[in-house]
Design a protein. Structure first.
Length: 286
């Protein structure tokens, strides 16, 4: 699958411009991470890709066809988990997935549902009513419905929220394996999920694309801007971007991200989280 976005703009009726001149090219197989703070435009971009919204201007091209001309074809190949997903509480897990399979036009879905129940660790919950599930289990049901029909294009908006660490690792591995022959777009605030799975990144803020490229390319942009300082050396007049603190024998070590590091800082290799924070910090200062 090949998706091209050309000069997309979206302005809501209240006048807020959610997306500003977005141009991107995505193709499968690929695992793409979409990063940005709250309100950056991530969810709006995903809604455009699933034809849930229409752009104010610009175009979306799917395999050389305008989205308006191939919307049904796209949805037949799409698995989508929005950030807020409604579940029918009175249905059992199996009944809900069977209902979603019918909406997707999947014939004889029993085998597919059984396979997905196993891959999402819900097999022993298939006869449980959704209203009796925990928050993490409900999230897994949302992931399961997105996987129905073996779609070639998957969009996940914060899929691991509410999952315990073991389950998060399980689904990171599941998404990564699926990207071997699919196009997977993962939007999350959990940088560790992106770092573990994605081979391409999009960073968005204030409706604009700040960066596209590999995780290593993003990390290189922050080289020389990440350091360690001892808390006692930070005066009240310093307003540093501290990303973490660790208690040590010599005092509290603070990891900082700055455009210009203080002379007393120990320069260290950036992580992906450091690089992301550096990019957002630069944008906020403009």
């Amino acid at each position: 699958m090949k998706i091209e976005m050309e000069n997309l703009n979206l302005i809501y009726p209240n006048g807020k411009q959610a997306l500003k001149d977005i141009s991107l090219k995505l193709s499968s197989p690929n695992m793409i991470g979409l990063l940005g703070p709250n309100g950056a435009g991530k969810s709006t971009l995903m809604k455009l890709l699933v034809a849930g919204l229409l752009p104010t201007s610009g175009a979306i091209i799917i395999d050389d066809e305008p989205l308006q001309s191939c919307e049904n074809k796209l949805k037949s190949q799409l698995g989508y988990l929005p950030q807020t997903f409604g579940l029918y509480d009175e249905l059992t897990v199996w009944q809900f997935l069977d209902y979603m399979a019918a909406l997707k036009g999947i014939n004889n879905p029993k085998e597919s549902i059984e396979q997905i129940l196993k891959s999402t660790n819900l097999y022993d919950k298939q006869k449980t009513r959704i209203k009796a599930l925990s928050g993490g289990q409900r999230q897994r049901v949302g992931i399961a419905q997105a996987l129905l029909g073996n779609p070639s294009f998957l969009i996940f908006d914060e899929p691991t929220v509410g999952l315990d660490p073991e389950e998060r690792i399980h689904f990171r591995n599941l998404f990564s394996n699926m990207s071997n022959d699919k196009l997977v777009l993962l939007s999350t605030h959990i940088i560790e999920d992106v770092q573990s799975t994605c081979n391409y990144l999009i960073v968005i803020n204030n409706g604009k694309i700040l960066f596209t490229g590999t995780p290593n390319e993003l990390i290189l942009r922050a080289q020389g801007h990440v350091g360690i300082v001892i808390e006692q050396n930070i005066s009240q007049s310093n307003h540093m971007h501290i990303t973490s603190q660790v208690n040590t024998i010599s005092g509290i070590k603070c990891r900082i991200v700055e455009e210009v590091l203080p002379e007393y800082a120990e320069v260290v290799e950036p992580t992906l989280e450091d690089a992301y924070m550096y990019f957002i910090m630069q944008e906020d200062r403009k």
